[in-house]
Design a protein around this ligand. Structure first.
Ligand SMILES: C[S@@+](CC[C@H](N)C(=O)[O-])C[C@H]1O[C@@H](n2cnc3c(N)ncnc32)[C@H](O)[C@@H]1O
Ligand code: SF4
Ligand code: SF4
Length: 375
């Protein structure tokens, strides 16, 4: 009964969202489809063709990336057990985040390279006092801004965020179980939920706001994944999943036993829910690989080519650029000393890009790298 009620509410909200976005959900969307829709809606970027092919040296990759990920700070106000940015991992805390002017110059270079959307991430981006200025600036120069946040500061700042022109907010919530939430993310679920409620207020005020949830799938929250989808769908909020990775932080849940049959069961349930109209923003192809990933994280689908260094641009808070997150790869440039165009089209980046394509790496199945590679 409860499930039926959720389904009905979810469908109404799905219709509402699709109307607001002026598209019909004829088939399930992914978060990348959503970004494409927002890009098309945004006025055409006059700078997007600044690199005519004739200017590019022969033999050098000629296309700009599609997605920019800008880590605006390494600092965080949360303590997620699995994250290298957690507030209690003091050694990596940095006071060296690039200043406002430098960040603005980077955003301008992102536009000039022909990229149309920028994902503000971190650490926790809302900790930067100038974050609203940066988001507003990015919207003004023609970028679709996406804010990825833990949401803890939204009760304080949602109105300010609303004034920036941003229309796309992603909140990280992995579980609705307060005990597990505290264990995994190090802060109280109550505080997190206040952040989520503030996001809803933002959408009430600005009805075309897109709010999504991103949830890291661990061995501990597997059981509740369909409940997470139902709960957020009932608010007309989409959800995307990414499996837990060993990114260098101590994985405190490593002694939780892996139940691979449960992984398979839950992924099948998610795929069925997606087909029936729930706002699950992953592709089926991506979700289908989860069981194999949990079984053996270094095993990727046969004939998979990682395109993260072609499709995505990663810039850290000190303006270093790397082809992907992995320590296997060197820094290919720094925007303090070189221009983005020089770095992106450099022979050195191209060399590393080939290594990425050939999976000469640690291997991963992260949402932000694998989904663009599957397109
Ligand atoms: C590093 S956070 C930065 C933005 C913001 N602080 C937040 O939590 O949304 C970006 C995303 O990475 C995810 N993440 C962090 N460590 C991870 C890990 N070891 N494996 C998979 N995802 C991880 C987080 O859950 C979050 O959704
Ligand atoms: S996942 Fe986000 S909120 Fe959690 S510690 Fe990392 S940066 Fe902070
Ligand atoms: S698959 Fe390899 S190259 Fe691609 S993002 Fe993951 S670690 Fe980097």
């Amino acid at each position: 009964m409860k499930c039926e009620l959720f389904k009905k509410t979810a469908k109404i909200n799905i219709q509402k969202i699709s109307l607001l976005r002026r598209t019909k959900l004829k088939k399930p969307q992914t978060f990348l489809d959503q970004i494409d829709i927002l890009r098309k809606e945004k006025f055409t970027n006059p700078n997007s063709l600044v690199l005519p092919n004739s200017e590019i040296k022969p033999g050098i990759l000629s296309s700009p990336p599609k997605y920019a990920h800008l880590n605006v700070t390494n600092r965080c106000n949360s303590n997620c057990t699995y994250c290298i940015h957690a507030a209690n991992r003091k050694p990596i805390l940095s006071q060296n985040d690039a200043n406002t002017e430098k960040m603005k110059s980077v955003l301008q270079q992102i536009v000039d390279l022909g990229i149309e959307s920028v994902n503000f991430s971190g650490g926790e981006p809302l900790l930067r006092p100038d974050i609203f200025e940066l988001i507003h600036f990015s919207e003004q120069i023609g970028l679709v801004s996406i804010l990825l946040s833990n949401g803890l500061l939204l009760p304080k700042y949602w109105q300010e965020l609303g004034k920036t022109g941003n229309h796309y907010l992603i909140l990280s919530i992995d579980t609705l179980d307060p005990e597990l939430f505290k264990k995994q993310r190090g802060v109280s679920f109550k505080a997190e939920w206040k952040g989520f409620e503030s996001a809803l207020k933002l959408r009430d005020r600005f009805p075309d706001y897109v709010i999504n949830i991103t949830a890291t799938v661990t061995k501990s929250n597997l059981e509740e994944l369909p409940n997470l989808v139902e709960r957020f769908s009932s608010y007309g909020v989409g959800i995307e999943f990414s499996p837990l990775h060993d990114l260098g932080a101590e994985l405190k849940e490593s002694n939780v036993p892996l139940d691979i049959v449960l992984v398979q069961k839950k992924i099948s349930e998610l795929i069925e829910m997606r087909a029936s109209g729930y706002l699950i923003l992953n592709s089926d192809e991506y979700l289908l690989h989860f069981p194999k990933f949990f079984h053996n994280p270094s095993q990727l689908p046969e004939s998979y080519i990682c395109r993260c260094a072609n499709q995505c641009l990663y810039i850290d808070a000190t303006l270093n650029i790397k082809p992907c997150w992995s320590q296997t790869f060197p820094i290919v440039g720094n925007l303090e000393n070189e221009s983005l165009q020089e770095i992106w089209f450099s022979p050195y980046f191209e060399e590393q890009r080939k290594r990425v394509n050939q999976l000469d790496c640690d291997r991963c199945w992260l949402l932000c790298t694998a989904e663009p590679s599957l397109r």
